[in-house]
Write a protein that binds this ligand. Sequence first.
Ligand code: ZN
Ligand code: ZN
Length: 347
Amino acid sequence: MVICPTCGSPECVRPAEDLIAGTAGMYAPCNLCAAERPLDKLAPFSGLGRFFDRDAGRCPACGKRHIDYVMAQVLGILVSRGLKSGRTPLKDAGSPLIACGFELFEAPRLGSKSLIVLLDHVDRAAAELILAEVPEVKGVLKRSGGPLKSVGLSDVGVKPHTYELLAGCDMRSDIVSSLLGEMAFYRNHRQMHVEFWRNNSVKIKVLEQLFLDGGLEGRTVVDGMASAGTLGLLTATAGARRVILNDAWLPAVKNILLNIEVNKKALGVELRQIAAPESLPLISKEPTLVARASGAVEIDVYHADLRRLAGVVKECDVCIIDTFPGISPDAFVKAWKGITKDRIITL
Ligand SMILES: [Zn+2]
Ligand SMILES: [Zn+2]
């Protein structure tokens, strides 16, 4: 059992194998609601001509609702509180993030506590009302900076960008399926950027090619800006002997620890904490070894500026440098060039 570090619930964060086993029916309609028509997302909300309460659009057989109806109820609450105009079309209500993300081929039908909403115009009272009234909503985040500004730390010395959690919990997972394995990765989105790992993700393709070329077997891999640990932990299930996961942003390090725990069956490891994350600064000052996982593979988790981590790790075979959009990898590549034996991958 894993306790959610955000909401403290034992139900919120589940082992990867349980999540993966449950995906088939998770957002699927039943026979009765499969033909339900979506709402017009471009029409003004007031023009939809109906009232959206918690039962609007709900299937009497399976109890789920098409995502459009859930977002319409959310928008209705924002309009009733004067935070959005009645002319707003449904597509501009906000950004819905399903609590467990994976490749979907049709609009999701949502069950209880299965959606986190990112809203630009919302206050705490409205957020709490949404959480209380809309059964599908698990958390409400107030977004600032627009949809294109990434959440998190782009580089040491740059002010991190965060969203505000106004109600509920912002912990959600993405299931990543690849040739390297199938794993689940949790992130809390007030501090971690949204990134969709679909099966055609360029980053996953690069790792798959490396795996097919035999470039991971028995190697030491550094995932230098690991974020939630996705790329590094995938290499850890695919033959790497030692994996070093690092991030300068403490919330990312905490997510990495959670993700090792969630995926420990696939990884075949036991996690041992070395430094208490609560004692560490939000942005790394000195490189710190936070935790070590041992078993089928050795995994070290560091909280460090990637440039300074090179002096601690001393050598590796593969170094993955996945910078934020718009951040040059040059200084990081320079720091790792002399000590990376096989290849540096910049993404
Ligand atoms: Zn939670
Ligand atoms: Zn149904």
